[in-house]
Design a protein around this ligand. Structure first.
Ligand SMILES: Cc1cc2nc3c(=O)[nH]c(=O)nc-3n(C[C@H](O)[C@H](O)[C@H](O)COP(=O)(O)O)c2cc1C
Length: 366
């Protein structure tokens, strides 16, 4: 049996995933202003579960009202969000997928125009989303509140029927603002070298574990390198070791392009995922995502040591990608796609409009 087809059991929680495909988190701007999930967002995700994805991850969902990143983003900061999410998780389960909610706080990337408050971050940073031009440095009291917001949100996810959560520690949002040496210049116990910059993430994980049921999957997504905010590969490898010791259920590497070399080690032949799989013993299960489109890409990323293959854009246009990728020579059509093609695969107009900002993804109907 090809590796991508093989079921996987999460040892700690007992969940069985039917294959090694993951629909990575994708913001799609289809939900409601009060933070409840819309039927359009539910139907887009359920169509991908029907297409055979082993794990279906939701869009990033904010744990605090002041952590919202975009218009049309569903939230998980209030119990009033639970009823709609139950419809989603029941549906995903009936279609055989493991459901994971990606929870996050935007930090200095949460626009003040949306949240009504000055964006918060690890330090006072230059910030285009702030009406004052700067983020506010989180006080000790803010940090305690934010950690609680994350763990309360995780509990709401469990109560909504999700199989687990993915903590969004990637892409420059609040958790990565604490991880980055340029955005976190604190000289208290929440800043310093990577062990201290990781403390915010670790305390969130510990707080979540105290609140959710034992059989709830807890994973973390990171960006191994973000030069702009001071996240580098070697710190990220140390972070992965810390996360392994915290016994997370999976580590999701957001590689951008899984077939590119490290920025800080350009001479080394290893791709980013390989850096982790060859440097660290007893790694948690690895999901790796970035620039996978066809069967050749899948095989190549599996040979780098990934346990799961995450995809985003190809899963938009090709909801049955998991079923078809079992064919050794699947080469799905590449972008652009017409609006009609995207409507046919359950994208609503707001999502299609959002995809127009992604280079060359949407073309005009002829
Ligand atoms: C429309 C869109 C929305 C995205 N939203 C999120 C998100 O909410 N959270 C996240 O971690 N990544 C998000 N990403 C990044 C993807 O999860 C993925 O890492 C990236 O697109 C690379 O994978 P791909 O080459 O398969 O598209 C988004 C990507 C796309 C295309």
């Amino acid at each position: 049996m090809a590796q991508i087809q093989k079921p996987f059991t999460f040892l700690r929680t007992g969940h069985v995933v039917r294959n090694r495909t993951v629909l990575a988190a994708m913001t799609n701007k289809q939900s409601n202003d009060d933070g409840t999930i819309s039927s359009e967002e539910i139907s887009w995700l359920c169509r991908r579960a029907e297409g055979g994805f082993g794990i279906v991850t939701t869009a990033a969902t904010h744990v605090s009202k002041d952590g919202q990143g975009w218009d049309g983003e569903f939230g998980i900061f209030n119990d009033s969000h639970i009823a709609g999410l139950k419809l989603l998780t029941d549906n995903l389960r009936s279609k055989g997928a493991i459901s994971i909610a990606q929870i996050f706080h935007g930090g200095m990337r949460s626009p003040q125009r949306l949240t009504g408050v000055q964006p918060i971050s690890a330090s006072k940073n230059k910030c285009s989303e702030s009406l004052y031009g700067f983020s506010r440095s989180a006080s000790e009291q803010d940090i305690v509140r934010l950690i609680n917001d994350f763990s309360d949100a995780a509990l709401r996810c469990a109560n909504s029927g999700f199989d687990g959560i993915e903590l969004h520690g990637a892409h420059g949002y609040l958790i990565s603002q604490f991880l980055g040496s340029k955005t976190n210049r604190r000289n208290d116990s929440w800043g310093g070298d990577i062990i201290y910059r990781a403390k915010f993430l670790i305390e969130i994980l510990r707080s979540i574990k105290l609140k959710v049921p034992d059989n709830f999957i807890i994973g973390v997504r990171i960006s191994p390198e973000i030069e702009k905010i001071g996240i580098n590969l070697h710190d990220s490898i140390k972070l992965a070791e810390i996360l392994r010791d915290e016994e997370i259920d999976f580590l999701h590497l957001s590689c951008g392009d899984s077939f590119s070399r490290s920025i800080c080690e350009p001479e080394d032949p290893r791709f980013i995922t390989e850096w982790f799989t060859t440097s660290i013993s007893q790694l948690p299960p690895i999901i790796s995502t970035g620039a996978v489109w066809n069967s050749k890409d899948v095989n190549s990323l599996i040979s780098q040591g990934a346990d799961f293959i995450g995809v985003a854009r190809v899963g938009i246009a090709h909801p049955d990608w998991p079923k078809k990728i079992l064919n050794e020579k699947y080469e799905p059509k590449e972008p652009p796609f017409t609006e009609t093609q995207l409507r046919d695969v359950k994208l609503s107009q707001p999502f299609i409009d959002y995809m127009k900002v992604w280079d060359n993804f949407v073309s005009a109907d002829t």
